[in-house]
Design a binder for this molecule. Structure first.
Ligand code: NAD
Ligand code: ZN
Length: 351
């Protein structure tokens, strides 16, 4: 199909999202050009649109949004040997420097010079054509769809969170918050062998989705007292969970997570809320509850892909809405408001 332009979703500045043509990029050395296919909208894309920043990442110049993408290789640059035109790939959106201590140790998500799609000032891939480092593109087997390829991005967050938490055969895992990230964490924990997963949320609709995806206990947060909530969680499991993975970022939920975790256990903080928070630190200290953070993921795409390809995980029910690229602004509106029970809104860049 001949394309005249490169329709792109550009955030000009806070609150101003437009659809405009941008130049079609040509692949450099070790890069591939991709005809973009499915791109999921992430909470961070919406946040940049509505608020113009996330912490110190500030939209100071126009930026193309989108980072949960898949594409079809439309040209290959010099030196690329493992991909060819026509290959369907999932795009890991963060390109680290590959030179620093963290990169060399394999924890490249901690690289200070990371260029991550749709994190200012780096452009994202919600457009018709986009070029990316070939070694951060993962060829999809025939039984994995392009939409599932796009879902590898949030799934990789779930994989990294469960790895950092040490989820293991038989684990009892509490997931706090049943948004897209909590739900992929639930799916991953089950696939990694967790015996039971409980999940919390304020909204019944989200808990209903969690039930559909295999949560053993769905707990509605109906008290502001974190110790009351922790008790309810213990009652649901019949004991305290070994592992808590906090995916809401809400301060009371972090507090609940600490109280709820068994002594000697671990809480992983995935949700990012206010920059500082009051948490029961002495309770965690004297019960040796480890508090760990995560930032995105490293070396998780191959695992996330294998989980889908092998049928261990089916993330497709997360996709609630579909839009063509030209209707991206409508798609963002639905994602922002959560209209119609929206969880993951998928944009199709070839339509
Ligand atoms: P989301 O806002 O869609 O989901 C959050 C869910 O938490 C919602 O369903 C909400 O109802 C629920 N919630 C709010 N307060 C709660 C409470 N007190 N107790 C229980 N549940 C509560 O967001 P998402 O896209 O699922 O992302 C979740 C969080 O993860 C965000 O804070 C996001 O910034 C963060 N995140 C972090 C990383 C990382 O690398 N650390 C990566 C991706 C996302
Ligand atoms: Zn680096």
């Amino acid at each position: 199909m001949a394309e005249s332009g490169n329709l792109s979703a550009i955030l000009k500045k806070k609150g101003e999202l437009v659809m405009e043509d941008t130049p079609i990029p040509q692949p450099g050395k070790n890069e591939v050009q991709l005809q973009m296919q499915a791109v999921g909208i992430c909470g961070s894309d919406v946040h940049y649109w509505v608020h113009g920043n996330i912490g110190d990442f500030i939209v100071k110049k126009p930026i193309i949004l989108g980072h949960e993408g898949s594409g079809i290789v439309s040209a290959v640059g010099e030196g690329v040997t493992h991909l060819k035109v026509g290959d369907r790939v999932a795009i890991e959106p963060g390109l680290p420097c590959r030179m620093c201590k963290h990169c060399k140790q394999g924890r490249y998500n901690l690289c200070a010079d990371m260029e991550f799609c749709a994190t200012p000032p780096t452009d994202g891939n919600l457009r018709r054509y986009y070029c990316h480092a070939a070694d951060f593109c993962y060829k999809l087997p025939d039984n994995v769809s392009l939409e599932e390829g796009a879902l590898l991005e949030p799934l990789a967050v779930g994989v990294h969170a469960c790895r950092r938490a040490g989820v293991y055969l038989g684990s009892h895992v509490l997931v706090c918050g049943a948004g897209p990230i909590g739900l992929v964490t639930l799916l991953t924990a089950k696939a990694m062998g967790a015996a039971e997963v409980a999940i919390t949320d304020l909204e019944q609709g989200r808990l209903d989705m969690a039930k559909k995806l295999g949560a053993n206990h769905c707990i509605k947060v109906d008290s502001r007292d974190p110790q009351v909530m922790a008790k309810k969680i213990e009652e649901a499991f019949g004991e305290q969970p070994d592992i808590t993975i906090e995916c809401s970022g809400a301060e009371p939920s972090v507090q609940t997570g600490i109280y709820a975790t068994a002594s000697g256990g671990c809480i992983v903080l995935v949700g990012l809320g206010a920059p500082t928070a009051t948490i029961p630190i002495v309770n965690a200290a004297v019960r040796e509850v480890d508090i760990r953070g995560i930032f995105r993921y490293a070396n998780c795409y191959p695992t996330a892909l294998a989980m889908i390809a092998s049928g261990k995980v089916d993330p497709k029910p997360l996709i609630t809405h579909h839009f063509p690229l030209a209707k991206s602004i409508d798609a963002f509106e639905v994602s922002k408001t959560g209209a119609g029970g929206a969880i993951k809104v998928m944009i199709h860049c070839n339509e």
